[in-house]
Write a protein that binds this ligand. Structure first.
Ligand SMILES: NC(=O)C1=CN([C@@H]2O[C@H](COP(=O)(O)OP(=O)(O)OC[C@H]3O[C@@H](n4cnc5c(N)ncnc54)[C@H](O)[C@@H]3O)[C@@H](O)[C@H]2O)C=CC1
Ligand SMILES: O=C(O)C(=O)Cc1ccc(O)cc1
Length: 380
């Protein structure tokens, strides 16, 4: 079942006052979720981290209303608890929450990239009147940390919920209602099926990307031209190899059984290619490309844009004439589409700061690399 929230226009009447949402782990995903509710009337967002300096950062960045290092304080009276920590920590958090007096009807959910183990673990716990409902937003990026959080991360993406036979329907409905603010499309499925499918379309590609980059990195030790000549295709297929090592360690280990089968199939796929090459079977190779093209062209395109998304960075530049023109020209020559350039501060003898805005995340990424190559400091 899929619920399309892409045309959701949040208007009054506002929800009942002060729905408390506690977010454990305000990183890329936890922070992006927090931003969807932050400042909306009737919602109070509390961020939890074990690290006091992280808590301060969540608040000063304006991602949450309040922060705490106390699990108990964060969970107390919460209507929704979002566990947004690496998959390997989810069960520990559930165990800790099960020891607390939670608000009756509180919905505990997670955003982990694997679902079967956390759903099974929650089923075996007495959550004192709270309900667990597994979740997984199918959107993200290779970036991590609260600094990478954006309000539109989930717009038009799928958001998987994995209720079991025990999950009260009312809890699923309340969660769907809350998730409308993310503008994601909610889809309900079984947790084990989720792990098989997401293993194939997300976890296997991450493994392959990392393996490919490391293979080429080894060749590069003999000749730096490998790195120099690596062009767009290599970048496209390996972007996700830059993902967070701890987050992905946990995902891959957790979905080990599914991945081992997928890797066997992948090796067989590569063996078939090797055979086509040995036979110099050009028609067979072309056919593989035709087949791949056909399926890839059917992939759904995610349209953002209900909320105009801007990807921005800041550049410190010495305050001398011509510098702005030079940066703009270099971006243009590299075919990077700059949608806005704003001088934030420029005084004599004080470095000026430029704010560069891009409609596409990819353009921002390329611009950052180019400008850092020009030896200017870039930050977000
Ligand atoms: N990165 C992505 O694109 C997506 C990730 N996810 C899932 O979301 C969850 C969070 O991932 P991200 O937000 O990408 O990671 P992140 O690294 O941006 O954020 C993780 C958060 O958990 C905290 N954390 C890290 N290790 C911890 C530990 N040992 N104990 C307690 N807190 C810890 C960090 O301080 C941070 O606040 C993971 O379970 C991941 O599988 C789901 C969808 C997409
Ligand atoms: O960056 C990408 O393209 C991703 O694949 C993002 C992603 C990463 C992990 C998930 O569990 C879901 C989505």
């Amino acid at each position: 079942m899929t619920v399309d929230n892409s045309d959701f226009k949040p208007t009054s009447p506002v929800p009942a006052p002060s729905v408390k949402i506690a977010i454990f782990g305000v990183g890329l995903i936890g922070g992006s979720l927090a931003l969807c509710w932050k400042g909306k009337p009737g919602y109070r967002i509390v961020g939890h981290s074990v690290n006091p300096s992280s808590v301060g950062k969540y608040v000063s960045l304006g991602v949450v209303d309040e922060g705490t290092t106390s699990l108990e304080e964060a969970a107390r009276d919460a209507d929704f608890i979002f566990l947004c920590v690496p998959v390997g920590r989810l069960n520990d958090y559930l165990d800790e929450l099960a020891k607390l007096p939670l608000k009756p009807g509180c919905i505990i959910t997670d955003v982990g990239s694997t679902k079967a183990s956390v759903v099974a673990h929650a089923r075996g716990l007495d959550l004192n009147g709270a309900v667990f409902l597994g979740g997984h937003p199918m959107a993200g990026s290779e970036r991590s940390g609260v600094e990478a959080a954006t309000i539109d991360l989930f717009e038009n993406a799928y958001y998987v919920l994995t209720p079991t036979d025990d999950t009260p329907l009312d809890a699923v409905e309340r969660m769907q209602e809350l998730l409308r603010w993310t503008r994601a499309k909610v889809v309900l499925t079984d947790s084990v099926l989720h792990d098989s499918i997401v293993g194939a379309i997300s976890h296997l590609p991450h493994l392959i990307a990392v393996g490919l980059v490391n293979q080429i990195a080894r060749y590069n030790e003999t000749n730096d031209l490998y790195r120099s000549l690596a062009a767009g295709g290599f970048r496209d297929i390996t972007r996700i190899a830059s993902s967070d090592p701890i987050v992905w360690r946990d995902i891959l280990v957790n979905n080990k059984d599914v991945l081992l089968t997928l890797l066997d199939d992948w090796k067989a796929e590569m063996d078939r290619f090797a055979e086509l090459l040995k036979q110099e079977d050009g028609e067979g190779i072309s056919e593989q490309f035709r087949l791949a093209n056909g399926f890839r062209n059917q992939l759904p395109e995610r349209r953002k844009g209900m909320i105009q998304s801007l990807h921005e960075c800041y550049v410190d530049v010495p305050d001398h004439p011509g510098i702005i023109g030079r940066i703009a020209t270099e971006l243009g020559q590299a075919r990077i589409n700059l949608s806005n350039l704003h001088i934030v501060e420029s005084r004599e003898d004080v470095p000026g700061t430029l704010r560069l805005s891009f409609k596409e995340a990819d353009d921002l990424e390329k611009a950052v690399e180019l400008i850092r190559g020009m030896k200017y400091e870039v930050y977000f």
